[in-house]
Design a binder for this molecule. Structure first.
Ligand code: SF4
Length: 57
């Protein structure tokens, strides 16, 4: 079990219910912290950003 996982982190809203780290009950991540990154060389739009803490269920 991930030691950084708690329950609902109300500081991290998230709608990715298919992520293993989602709290499931409402729109929050269950991790204490996440890492945001990019898959682009020069990110300029919201679509360029990724949650790099995503984990497949
Ligand atoms: S790890 Fe990222 S994608 Fe997964 S629930 Fe948390 S914020 Fe959402």
């Amino acid at each position: 079990m991930n030691p950084f996982k708690s329950h609902n982190n109300h500081n991290i809203e998230c709608s990715i219910y298919t992520c293993a780290n989602h709290s499931k009950n409402d729109g929050y991540c269950a991790l204490n912290k996440i890492k945001v990154g990019t898959h682009e060389d020069n990110p300029t739009e919201i679509e360029c950003t990724d949650c790099q803490s995503f984990e497949r269920k």
